[in-house]
Write a protein that binds this ligand. Structure first.
Ligand SMILES: C[S@@+](CC[C@H](N)C(=O)[O-])C[C@H]1O[C@@H](n2cnc3c(N)ncnc32)[C@H](O)[C@@H]1O
Length: 239
């Protein structure tokens, strides 16, 4: 991982990636992974590189074309399938009870009824399978707006109003939604606590800064007090 952009991206994705990789390793052997809203396949292709089969469902034809290119470039096209569709229609695209792991990263905040969406995903999981859920966390957005001087926006976001393109959740809301949809939370992680706040020039210029930041992100990921500061919350849940 030598390129600066990849190293910076790693500070944002490492905690989620490591949790998913461990879950796949614990399953033993090649598994069936469903990536809902998997976009251009940043995660899906890495999962396939570990030898697992991945089905990506995404409404964007452009994203699916990029996914296809990425999978071919990395030599895993035989393990990655992209299908155009969305979370609402996923039940018609995937056989019930067959997924070992469902990734739902950055998508739950885009749907009208998150409880219903989570319940649908639950029907796709095989017994003992797991959901990897990644959502934006509301209070980090409040802080971000306030630090940029957008105090009215920050005040609205504080009460869960004024969400722009996606809905953001608190840690308690994530726990509540998962419980209401019949899941047991196995793990909960604070993600991107510092990465979005540190100037990228510092990371590019300061020797060892990326590794130090990565280490810090890993150190706070399992500390519940940092969930309120995290740009994203990652939950691993089973039914
Ligand atoms: C924020 S991106 C996340 C991409 C990827 N999962 C990641 O974590 O990098 C959201 C993705 O969800 C897709 N999307 C938007 N609405 C969706 C829906 N209703 N169901 C499934 N995917 C959706 C978009 O096309 C986009 O690729």
């Amino acid at each position: 991982m030598d390129r600066p952009l990849e190293r910076r991206t790693a500070t944002r994705t490492a905690v989620v990636w490591e949790a998913c990789r461990q879950r796949l390793e614990a399953g033993g052997g090649a598994q069936t992974v469903l990536d809902i809203g998997g976009g251009t396949g940043g995660f899906a292709v890495r999962v396939a590189e570990l030898g697992h089969r991945v089905l990506v469902i995404d409404p964007s034809p452009d994203a699916l074309a990029a996914l296809d290119r990425r999978a071919r470039e990395r030599g895993v096209a035989d393990l990655v399938t992209g299908v155009q569709g969305d979370l609402a229609g996923v039940i018609d695209l995937v056989p019930l009870g067959t997924a070992d792991l469902v990734l739902c990263h950055g998508v739950l905040g885009l749907v009208d009824d998150p409880v219903d969406a989570l319940a649908v995903i639950g029907r796709l999981l095989r017994p003992g399978g797991a959901l990897s859920l990644l959502v934006s966390q509301r209070h980090a957005a409040v802080l971000g707006r306030a630090m940029a001087g957008h105090f009215t926006q920050a005040r609205e976001l504080l009460d869960g109003l004024g969400d722009d393109h996606e809905h953001r959740f608190t840690a308690d809301e994530v726990r509540g939604l998962l419980a209401e949809s019949g899941y047991a939370v196995a793990e909960m992680h604070a993600v991107r606590v510092f990465s979005d706040l540190v100037p990228s020039a510092l990371l590019d210029l300061e020797p060892g800064a990326v590794d130090g930041l990565l280490e810090l992100e890993r150190a706070v990921a399992d500390r519940p007090e940092y969930l309120t500061l995290a740009a994203q919350i990652h939950a691993v849940a089973t039914r």
